[in-house]
Write a protein that binds this ligand. Structure first.
Ligand SMILES: Cc1cc2nc3c(=O)[nH]c(=O)nc-3n(C[C@H](O)[C@H](O)[C@H](O)COP(=O)(O)OP(=O)(O)OC[C@H]3O[C@@H](n4cnc5c(N)ncnc54)[C@H](O)[C@@H]3O)c2cc1C
Length: 231
């Protein structure tokens, strides 16, 4: 099943016969990219579904843990984490839970709010957890049928695993010797033996940078048109 979907999305993103299709990074089965030590999981792999995102985060970390990068002669140091995960969405959390379970040192970076893509779904949005027969690898699972319950069940699961996030916006990644340096906006960089880009594809909305835009009555997204009925 995974193979067929992966071949389809590869075709869709690289050979779609008409019009412009947004290009995605070329990613291997376990999230590998052509940059050694840099991995990709979740929506950025091309399959925009919750279950695949969870699954890919876990598979990527398992692959990293088994790779020669983690042989005994290349130990992590207090300044260099085994894995730096960029993005506390569905796939980033799945990766963090698995890293913790496997005893890897990790940091999970989030530039907005953890699970922000899900939190920004419209109010009461129905959730389709396809493929029904698929059980993602790892500890995190989804079964909720509406947005609010989905956010709640995932928050409860990550809470149980004690996964914490660091509020930081990753700007870019540079190689520094054997390790990767993640450059962050307005703060010191962070170093990883490996880095997982779990950024999703929703992006963060642009703000206008004008006085008053942080007031409670100012919205950047339409959650529920009913809230504005008659206004
Ligand atoms: C409107 C909508 C409805 C959907 N409905 C369904 C559905 O019903 N069923 C289903 O299976 N799937 C659905 N999906 C798809 C599902 O939400 C995605 O597959 C899933 O959220 C992808 O997880 P992810 O971890 O790859 O990315 P995301 O969940 O998008 O998480 C990425 C995280 O990375 C953070 N981030 C981004 N850039 C940076 C940076 N530079 N530094 C630090 N952090 C950063 C973001 O703030 C975000 O929190 C829907 C998606 C959308 C947009």
């Amino acid at each position: 099943m995974f193979g067929i979907i992966q071949r389809y999305t590869h075709w869709l993103h690289t050979r779609w016969p008409s019009g412009h299709v947004e290009r995605l990074p070329a990613v291997g089965e376990n999230g590998e990219t052509n940059v050694p030590g840099l991995f990709v999981c979740g929506d950025l792999t091309g399959i925009p579904l919750l279950k695949f995102s969870l699954d890919s985060g876990v598979r990527t970390v398992r692959h990293i843990a088994e790779s020669p990068l983690f042989s005994k002669d290349s130990e992590s140091t207090p300044e260099t984490f085994d894995v730096v995960i960029i993005g506390a969405g569905v796939s980033g959390y799945a990766a963090a839970v698995e890293a913790k379970r496997l005893g890897l040192s990790y940091r999970l970076l989030e530039s907005a709010t953890p699970l922000s893509t899900l939190i920004n779904f419209p109010k009461q949005k129905p959730i389709y957890t396809y493929p029904k027969e698929m059980t993602p690898q790892g500890e995190l699972q989804v079964s909720a049928e509406i947005k609010e319950a989905l956010v709640e069940e995932l928050q409860a699961q990550v809470g149980q695993h004690g996964i914490e996030t660091v509020e930081a916006h990753a700007e870019r990644i540079e190689r520094e010797g054997k390790r990767l340096k993640v450059i962050l906006s307005g703060r010191e960089p962070i170093y990883g033996r490996t880095v997982i880009a779990a950024l999703g594809r929703s992006g963060n909305h642009r703000t206008l940078d004008v006085p008053g835009e942080d007031l409670e009555k100012v919205y950047n997204r339409l959650y529920d048109p009913k809230d504005f009925r008659g206004q």
